[in-house]
Design a protein around this ligand. Structure first.
Ligand code: IDC
Length: 328
């Protein structure tokens, strides 16, 4: 009798303490859905996600872990992170399939434990046509959806930046999406799926003229403050208000404070103009990138800790700007 009371109290104490400590103090996350041009919670209230993207996971994956996520959530006020799974450049296709898949699993589990959303980004770039590796992509997303589809945290981004003269929405990207999305939906019926468009995910007008016919789809639009300006903002505005024939929801899954090389000076004024525009329109955004590389768009200075806790003097010019934009 005494023994079983002791055992019971040990179990109760253990359960209580595991409920209140560490990253598992995570809040309950809302399942997301798309209503018109808006990302919404399950009640239909608009939700804006803001956060940080990794740089290429094969080089900078060490910054993506539950400690940095907890820091980003509490200090930077991020509610989303993005893991950039490069296909090329010694990425998933070229060399490191199992290693990078393992990293992505760790990232998703870390985001679940922290209670933030996570974008699983199939980061095509030099391989401009997503169809080149559509079999690998399908297999990968089925695996992710099978493991994590029941968690509201997960968002699938099925092609980072299609590019190339012949890689248009109608000819290449929509058919690719129509190949991948049903495969994900067979396993995960409802989490958000984000689709890129031509010209490095800027041709959202093409997607808006001929959108996909599934629930909970969003369209990414990418910008770099030194390269993309008012005309792209006008295009986004036209897309979310139906000027191209249909209202579509836009998600800025990647933007940078520099020009589109990712390097060089920080364009502070233009970055602020962009973020004001996105915030006013409830458009979610994710900044490139959380790493300590010596390039303008990197948020951290070389040598920054892999575990968060960064003092202000470890943030780059870009990192300080994004930190203040996130906290506002
Ligand atoms: C850049 C990195 C840079 C790297 C290059 C190629 O910042 O260090 O050498 O990729 O791997 C994008 C891409 C993103 C780019 C970024 C900046 O999605 O991968 O990262 N950018 O060039 N689209 C527009 C800009």
């Amino acid at each position: 009798m005494k023994k079983s009371i002791l055992l019971l109290s040990v179990i109760i104490i253990f359960t209580l303490s595991s409920c209140v400590s560490g990253p598992s103090a995570a809040k309950h996350l809302e399942a997301l859905k798309v209503v018109g041009s808006n990302l919404c919670d399950s009640q239909g209230n608009p939700v804006q996600l803001r956060g940080m993207s990794s740089h290429k996971l094969q080089h900078f994956g060490r910054f993506m872990n539950v400690d940095t996520f907890t820091w980003l959530r509490d200090e930077w006020k991020c509610n989303v992170v993005r893991g950039a799974l490069y296909t090329y450049e010694q990425g998933y296709i070229s060399n490191f399939k199992e290693k990078l898949k393992k990293k992505m699993i760790e990232i998703v589990e870390g985001a679940i434990d922290t209670g933030i959303y996570v974008i699983i980004d199939w980061h095509i770039l030099r391989d401009g046509d997503p169809n080149i590796y559509k079999e690998e992509s399908k297999e990968f997303f089925i695996e992710m959806a099978t493991m994590f589809g029941e968690y509201p945290n997960v968002i699938y981004e099925i092609c980072n930046e299609p590019n190339g003269k012949t890689v248009t929405w109608g000819d290449k990207i929509k058919p690719y999406a129509d190949y991948i999305i049903p495969a994900i939906r067979a396993v995960d019926p409802d989490n958000i799926i984000i689709v890129g468009s031509g010209t490095w995910s800027q041709d959202i007008h093409d997607a808006a003229a001929d959108p996909l016919e599934y629930e909970n789809i969003m369209y990414s639009c990418h910008f770099y403050a030194g390269s993309h300006h008012e005309s792209l903002r006008t295009r986004i505005n036209d897309a979310i208000t139906g000027k191209f024939g249909n209202v579509i929801p836009v998600f800025v899954t990647e933007w940078g404070t520099t020009d589109s090389s990712g390097n060089g000076p920080v364009y502070e004024k233009e970055s602020k103009t962009w973020i004001t525009f996105l915030n006013e329109n409830n458009i979610s955004w994710v900044n490139w990138s959380l790493c300590d590389m010596n390039e303008g768009s990197a948020a951290l200075l070389p040598g920054a800790a892999y575990t968060g806790g960064w003092p202000m003097d470890m943030l780059s010019e870009s990192g300080s700007l994004v930190y203040s934009l996130l906290r506002n």
